[in-house]
Design a protein around this ligand. Structure first.
Ligand code: GDP
Ligand code: MN
Length: 397
């Protein structure tokens, strides 16, 4: 689950990571109040107005703007709130901005130059260990750095038995070219950041940029946090950070019915039990000349209710020209599922697209008979290839 920058920063702060302080606002008026409060608390004279959406690259898209007085705070905030922000990560349709973070300006002049670093903590799946990835090239696209100057990206792997060691934190500060006070600050920063990552069961913490201020403080200017959904039950406070307005509405709806749904761009809706079979089904749809409109795993206990919920979700996508239901009856009996399909069909009423049902496993033959005798516009199959051929056939019509 993704969360907003302001939420990620509040987690970091709770673990003792120094952050660019800020206050979130829903309206331009609130933004001005937030700016005043921030001035009283931090002494800042300038502010940064930052769009809060679940996507990076906001700066490039015009979603991060400096304001040098309260009038500018108001002006920038009213520009950004409500805008459809397009960044390299949002896709061409962009994302609507509902909130802004009013943050203190941390790029003030001082005794030493400021420096921007990149740092992220994530799981290295090939070794099964967490790594801290960091670079002197902060503030820019890390993919670009990885492509053109990969030697400027460092990795520090953490042994789960002992956790992040002091020497590792010092090595990171050293590799980033830091000495004196800034070096000490970086050691503290990395240590607290890693603690935050572990304690929240996160799958990623990405701080870009990590800033060395002109008075040698190290702080998080940005925070991109991905929480592990499977661990959210252990963190009700983090689960409450979910912002459904940032998620695909059909995916939210599917989640409520315990369906695993991911919207795609194709024309063949699919409903499958088990993620592996769902992937294979998407492949065979491609092979048959179609394009999957979604990934939908109804789980191990498909019944009339889940099938109906699945139908409704698939049908809410106007691109869907056919639906392929592919259920392997291992634990669930195929005739039960077939009855579920028939019941759902009758309860929804007129389903405007052809449906192909492939039921294999326990009671597959009985299931096919039920479908064939139902009198509904449903094509049935037992073999996978047969189902794929039916998809080709109905798409050609
Ligand atoms: P992103 O574009 O979504 O990654 O958003 P960031 O939070 O990383 O901000 C984008 C850029 O805005 C940063 O790389 C900085 O260059 C700039 N920025 C952020 N905070 C400040 C600030 O306090 N003062 C100034 N002058 N620039 C800032
Ligand atoms: Mn950033």
């Amino acid at each position: 689950m993704n969360i907003h920058e302001y939420q990620g920063k509040s987690i970091l702060k709770g673990f003792g990571v120094r952050i660019q302080e800020g206050i979130v606002a829903d309206t331009a008026e609130q933004a001005v109040e937030a700016a005043k409060q921030l001035q009283a608390e931090t002494g800042t004279g300038w502010w940064v107005v930052k769009a809060q959406i679940h996507a990076g690259g906001r700066g490039k898209g015009g979603g991060v703007k400096l304001a040098k007085n309260l009038d500018e705070v108001k002006e920038r905030a009213s520009q950004i709130i409500g805008m459809q922000l397009i960044t390299p990560q949002t896709g061409p349709q962009g994302k609507k901005v509902n909130k802004v973070l009013i943050a203190q300006d941390v790029y003030y002049p001082g005794d030493t130059p400021t420096a921007e670093f990149y740092m992220s903590v994530l799981l290295n799946r090939s070794t099964g260990r967490n790594i801290i990835m960091y670079s002197t090239e902060g503030g820019m696209d890390i993919e670009e750095v990885a492509e053109h100057t990969p030697h400027l990206i460092f990795k520090e792997e953490i042994d789960p038995k002992v956790g992040l060691q002091g020497f590792q934190a010092r090595k990171i500060a050293f590799n980033l070219g830091l000495t004196g006070e800034a070096h000490k600050e970086m050691v503290k920063f990395v240590t607290a950041l890693y603690k935050a990552y572990e304690a929240t069961d996160s799958s990623m913490f990405e701080i870009n940029p990590v800033l060395k201020t002109s008075d040698n403080k190290i702080l998080a200017v940005d925070a991109k946090v991905n929480l592990d959904e499977n661990a959210l039950f252990r963190h009700p406070d983090l689960a409450a950070m979910r912002d459904e307005t940032e998620e695909d509405p059909t995916e939210v709806e599917a989640g409520k019915s315990n369906l695993n749904y991911v919207k795609l761009d194709g024309n063949v809706g699919c409903m499958v039990n088990g993620a592996g079979l769902a992937m294979a089904t998407m492949d065979i749809i491609k092979l048959a000349g179609g394009d999957p409109a979604n990934f939908l795993d109804v789980g191990g206990t498909a019944n009339a209710k889940t099938v109906e919920a699945g139908f409704k979700i698939i049908l809410s996508d106007p691109n869907v020209k056919a639906i392929l239901i592919n259920i392997f009856g291992g634990i669930v009996r195929c005739d039960r599922v077939a009855q579920g399909v028939i019941d759902a069909y009758n309860s929804i009423g007129n389903i405007p697209v052809p449906i192909i049902v492939r039921l294999q496993g326990t009671n597959a033959v009985e299931a096919k008979k039920l479908i064939d005798e139902s009198g509904l516009q449903v094509y049935s199959a037992i073999e996978f290839k047969e189902a794929a051929d039916l998809v080709t056939k109905v798409l050609a019509k």
